[in-house]
Design a protein around this ligand. Structure first.
Ligand code: HSE
Length: 427
């Protein structure tokens, strides 16, 4: 029986989960896949962590060079996260002829061009299913099963931390700060939550997923990004009244006008399948020209779900002799011929603090109409707060720049209304 040796770099939550799955399923994989997958080495500074997982002391390496020169290691699993030292270690492994499986979205998003070049040069595999949406098998679906399609669009809830926070804000009416603190206490949000709550994590993943979907490099710098830190419980409640759930949505579209890629808080119509993706769950909703709509749903993080994606890649690597690389020229920057759409089309939720006087609604409408923005829904609430009443509008489809111009004009125009928040809407 073929034996395949694995080294795991980093025994944090995901590394530990990966080890556990491999260890517990070893006999099962032998029976099913006719391959004996053995963890030959681990790189982990906290030796006690490795020992607690049941890893023999002689399998704990003290540096990457030991792993690269170990002839028993065929596949290196990188689950350290962040750019360095992960990048140096992955390049060293590839240059030593080891295939690599990584869960590192930031590394893959920013440096896949370098990693892939090293993998090709050394005839190694480079696998990254776990880098996007944890246990949800979206990468393989895009790389294999959906290849018969031109992918027209994808929309995803691809960050569990923010989905957890928004769900709790929606259910309990608590503020962002209160829910963040609770999420940190429960271990759902990191002590430094910036990467998640400011949308970086989702933007790394969208850069990877949209590059693969649209067969061209979409660098991180092309992804428009807004996080959830300014979201108020008030807007979530008004959104609910209007029939929407608030999500941090990652959106990629490819049309004759060009490619648009953006991550921002979005009101999603309650009838849309993404509206019922709650708590820390993730989902990706892909539209292809042949298949129409497909939604993949599941756990985007966690020891065993992410471990499941990593082990799937290990088994694929262990049972295939030829490796596939990007379908496009994987360069650092975007192909200069690709047009990126920034003045995109969307519907908008706009909340105003308005003066409670005759004619205010008509003044607001007249600015909107001047910028070709047509209104679909309105809520005008009773009850003054700081001398103003809330006025909430949802527009029909319009353009981003039209909304920016209208907002600037209303805010500059004599105080009949001030724009308190603007949130894009998907029906
Ligand atoms: N921090 C990520 C999330 C998980 O909250 O979804 C790993 O990508």
């Amino acid at each position: 029986m073929k034996k395949v040796g694995v080294a795991i770099l980093g025994l944090g939550v995901v590394g530990g989960g990966t080890y556990k799955i491999l260890d517990e399923h070893r006999e099962f994989y032998k029976k099913i896949h006719n391959v004996d997958i053995v963890v030959e080495s681990v790189l982990e500074l906290r030796k006690e962590r490795a020992l607690a997982l049941g890893i023999a002391e002689n399998k704990i390496a003290s540096n990457i060079a030991e792993i690269c020169s170990n002839p028993e290691v065929d596949i290196v699993v990188e689950v350290i996260g962040g750019v360095e030292p992960a990048k140096t270690f992955v390049l060293a492994a590839l240059n030593a002829g080891k295939s690599v499986v990584t869960s590192n979205k930031e590394l893959f998003c920013k440096y896949s061009h370098e990693l892939e070049k090293a993998a090709k040069k050394n005839n190694c595999g480079l696998f990254y299913e776990a880098s996007c949406v944890g246990g949800v098998p979206v990468i393989r679906a895009l790389l294999d099963n959906l290849q018969g399609n031109k992918i027209l669009s994808m929309m995803g809830i691809i960050n569990g931390t923010t989905n957890y926070i928004l769900t709790k804000m929606s259910n309990g009416g608590a503020s962002y700060d209160e829910v963040l603190k609770e999420a940190q206490k429960l271990g759902y949000a990191e002590a430094n939550p910036t990467a998640d709550v400011e949308g970086f994590d989702a933007a790394y993943k969208l850069s990877i997923l949209s590059s693969m979907s649209f067969h061209t490099k979409i660098p991180f710098s092309k992804v428009y990004r807004e996080g959830i830190t300014d979201i108020s419980a008030e807007d979530i409640q008004y959104g609910k009244q209007l029939g929407y759930a608030l999500k941090l949505l990652a959106i990629g579209k490819n049309s004759d006008s060009g490619i648009e890629v953006r991550v921002h808080p979005t009101f999603v119509k309650l009838s849309h399948p993404l509206a019922s993706v709650n708590d820390s769950y993730n989902a990706v909703y892909v539209t292809g020209d042949s298949v129409e709509d497909v939604m993949l749903y599941g756990r985007g993080a966690g020891a065993l779900p992410t471990g499941s994606a990593i082990v799937g890649d290990i088994i694929y690597c262990a049972t295939h002799n030829n490796f596939n690389y990007s379908t496009f020229k994987n360069t650092e920057n975007a192909d200069p011929s690709v047009k990126f759409v920034t003045n995109f089309e969307s519907a908008y939720y706009i909340r105003f603090d308005a003066q409670d006087k005759a004619g205010v609604l008509s003044k607001v409408s007249s600015v909107l109409s001047k910028h070709d923005i047509s209104v679909a829904q309105v809520i005008q609430e009773d009850g003054k707060k700081n001398g103003a009443v809330p006025l909430i509008l949802v527009t029909h489809l319009t353009r981003e720049n039209n909304v920016k111009k209208a907002v600037d004009e209303i805010n500059a125009n004599g105080g009949f209304a001030k724009v308190a928040s603007v949130i894009r809407v998907v029906s």
